[in-house]
Ligand binder design. Structure first.
Ligand SMILES: *Cc1c(COP(=O)(O)O)cnc(C)c1O
Length: 405
């Protein structure tokens, strides 16, 4: 049985019959990708405007990252952390040099990185801040997305993420996003951390008021509370800076990164922080069989190098502004707002538009893959190496779709 000869419909039927239905994907079955482009099994070409939720910032199948994967796969893919490997030390140093943090804790998925940051914050709270045992509180924002584990959905405000999955992990408090006064009111002597996405991604590309993060930084300093920035989606160039926090020159106490850390080749995530915070972990406190494995680490080293060497972060800033401006000029009766930073762009539709899904399906027919987030928002987040010609190509197809009845 040669895979290429199976039709899209037959492959969709297999997925639907044998796979759990925890996603509602567009019915496009992809088999190849290069740069901003992907091809389905029938050979149709599409521009990818989702980038695997920003995991493919460097573009699909980047040759340098692919070569790093192949080379390391041919030498040594996995040691476990029971032994050391020759990739890990240089990776830590490169990541710290690039980001200005002192220490790294490597994990695999974004959810694991966030879990790790929360564990570090709790232990820091007990051992450094002096919070009474069992009393640590962590403040998060409504409309957040941090991943799908039981503890992470315990501080979600999205009913569907939670329903049927209780009982929930205690110790979390929710406040509105973008409201620094609410943070000031919520902090108690037992608060160990405030976790926030600088821009809410899955929540619908929600941008807080200017100065928000700076004020949050001040409040956290005042009350000895750790500021955790979840930059798994916003980080590594997506918003036109290395980190979205850089737009306000804010240095968090901890940052979680993932997604584009591997350029899409492999699940690689990490927590970045200080010696004071990550130093709370003792051997045996925390770990992961695959975290810090040489294959993932070799891929991440190449993926970071590519972002820098190929000026993708600057490109995201320039192309993002152009894309956003041009989208805003489409005078569609359906559009309520175009917003974003860099190449993280959301087009919010009016209630009367009948939901974003039908627009995403129409975009697919025109050769553009985008995914609705929440009910009314179309997200445009193409790979960061996109060119102005590519964007013009996309706009010529997005325009008629946004103007349809
Ligand atoms: C995607 C995402 C996560 C979770 O990452 P996974 O790799 O899917 O577990 C966490 N936080 C943010 C902000 C994300 O966008």
């Amino acid at each position: 049985m040669i895979l290429q000869q199976i039709s899209s419909q037959a492959l969709i039927d297999l997925e639907d019959r044998y796979g759990a239905h925890n996603y509602h994907p567009l019915d496009v079955v992809l088999s190849r990708g290069e740069g901003v482009w992907v091809w389905d099994v029938e050979g149709n070409r599409y521009m990818d405007c989702l980038s695997a939720y920003s995991a493919v910032n460097q573009g699909h199948n980047h040759p340098r990252i692919r070569q790093a994967l192949i080379d390391q796969a041919g030498r040594l893919p996995l040691t476990s952390r029971a032994f050391r490997n020759n990739q890990l030390g240089p990776y830590y140093k490169e990541l710290c040099d690039l980001t200005g943090f002192e220490m790294v804790l490597p994990m695999n998925t974004g959810a694991e990185a966030v879990e790790t940051a929360l564990k570090a914050a709790r232990k820091w709270g007990y051992t450094v801040k002096g919070v009474p045992e069992g009393k640590a509180e962590i403040i998060a924002c409504r409309n957040n997305f941090a991943g799908r584990t039981i503890s992470l959905i315990s501080f979600s405000s999205e009913p569907q993420y939670r329903a049927g999955f209780g009982p929930y992990t205690p110790g979390f408090d929710l406040i509105p996003f973008g409201d620094a006064d609410a943070l000031a009111e919520a902090i108690t002597p037992n608060t160990v951390a405030f976790i926030v996405e600088p821009i809410q991604g899955e929540g619908g590309v929600v941008i807080p008021p200017a100065g928000y993060l700076r004020r949050v930084r001040e409040l956290c300093d005042e009350h000895n509370v750790l500021l955790i920035a979840d930059e798994i989606q916003t980080g590594l160039g997506r918003t036109g800076k290395l980190f979205a926090c850089d737009h306000e020159d804010v240095m968090p106490d901890m940052v979680t990164i993932g997604k584009a850390l591997s350029g899409g080749f492999y699940p690689v995530s990490a927590v970045l922080s200080s010696r004071e915070v990550l130093g709370v972990f003792q051997p045996g406190d925390h770990g992961s069989t695959f975290g810090g494995n040489p294959l993932g680490v070799a891929v991440a080293r190449a993926a970071l190098q590519v972002l820098i060497d190929e000026n993708m972060i600057e490109n995201a800033a320039v192309m993002g502004e152009y894309f956003q401006d041009q989208l805003a000029e489409i005078n569609s009766p359906h559009v309520k707002e175009v917003r974003g930073k860099g190449l993280m762009i959301g087009v919010e539709l009016k209630e009367s538009a009948g939901g974003a899904r039908r627009f995403c399906e129409a975009l697919q027919q025109h050769g553009i893959l985008a995914k609705e987030t929440h009910k009314h928002i179309i997200r445009f987040a193409p790979p960061l190496m996109i060119t102005q010609d590519d964007i013009d190509w996309a706009l010529a197809r997005i325009r008629p779709v946004l103007l349809m009845d």
